[in-house]
Design a protein around this ligand. Structure first.
Ligand SMILES: [Zn+2]
Length: 310
């Protein structure tokens, strides 16, 4: 059976799959990234994992994979296949596409950004299936996003498109890692909610998931912390709605695991803020932590279809 290699390199773990052309998963595997052993070891682990996946494909399906897609965090030069910078994984200007192509015997390789790859998968085979224009927002340690238009992700002129986490929603607010103040991710990321709930509850171990449980139990302090995050997130989404007019906003990441505890007040906060804008559907992401890996596989298939039409 025709298949491609799909690989998502995260800060702590790698998720991989062999993917059929319709996006269905033929096999899955996970390995640690091993970043505690240094950047060279991480790169070696990526190349070894890809080579083992190619062997597995040959053994199971009697033919080599047709291409490989790999999604990585940080700053990416997709056009030239360079992993420009990752604070987490320590590399700078790593020619990852070339290295993978060489290791895989000249196989075509697509390099993608992890969140944009995740957004691509949500848009094609996840919560945005059949939707032409969507915004994907991932609420994790930070907040990242991806703009989906006509079956692809708009990365912008410099590869920074979709960075909704750094839209300023509270001027003069908390300091952000990017150097600005009051960015959305300082108020509505899972980490921000964890920090706020730890301070409000007096329990330094309290996190966002515990805050959601306390909200459901009727705790007023938790409700205030939660609403603060929901209001900031609604401000960010409405700004995006005014600029991009997506039909669907797909919300994923750790904080979205709270389900209706997040989505019910969020939909209400968004609709209250709209004036002339058409309301988007605000829906939970479907693919969870496999989105970026699936998206990397879709990028690999896209690469092949471009070669056929070129
Ligand atoms: Zn920022």
């Amino acid at each position: 059976m025709k298949h491609v290699i799909a690989l998502d390199v995260g800060g702590t773990g790698m998720k991989a799959a062999l993917l059929a052309q319709d996006g269905s998963v033929l096999s899955e595997a996970r390995r640690p990234t091993g970043r505690e052993q240094g950047t060279d070891a991480v790169v070696a682990a990526i190349l070894d994992f890809a080579a083992d996946l190619a062997d597995e494909g040959r053994a199971r399906f009697g033919c080599a994979p047709l291409a490989a897609g790999v999604a990585v965090p940080g700053t990416i030069d997709e056009k030239n296949g360079i992993a420009v910078f990752s604070a987490n994984l320590g590399w700078r200007d790593l020619p990852l596409r070339k290295l993978l192509g060489e290791r895989l015997g000249g196989l075509p390789v697509a390099l993608g950004h992890d969140v944009r790859s995740g957004g691509l998968a949500e848009g094609r085979i996840g919560a945005g299936r059949g939707v032409d224009r969507f915004l994907f927002v991932a609420l994790g340690t930070g907040i990242a996003g991806a703009i989906g238009i006509g079956g692809r992700i708009e990365a912008g002129a410099h590869g920074y498109g979709g960075e909704i986490g750094h839209v300023v929603v509270r001027p003069g607010g908390p300091a952000c890692g990017c150097g600005a103040r009051g960015c959305l991710e300082t108020l509505a990321s899972a980490s921000a909610v964890s920090r706020a709930w730890a301070a409000a509850s007096g329990d330094p171990e309290a996190d966002a998931a515990a805050c959601a449980v306390a909200v459901e139990a009727g705790d007023e302090r938790a409700a205030a912390v939660w609403q603060n995050a929901v209001d900031a997130l609604a401000d960010g989404i409405v700004l995006a709605q005014s600029l991009l007019d997506p039909s669907t906003v797909i919300v994923g990441g750790g904080l979205a695991e709270a389900g209706d505890t997040l989505f019910t007040p969020l939909r209400s906060a968004v609709s209250k803020r709209l004036t002339f804008q058409m309301p988007p559907q605000v829906v939970p992401a479907m693919l969870r932590d496999t989105a970026a890996s699936l998206g990397a596989g879709l990028l690999a298939w896209d690469l092949l279809s471009m070669e056929v039409t070129a």
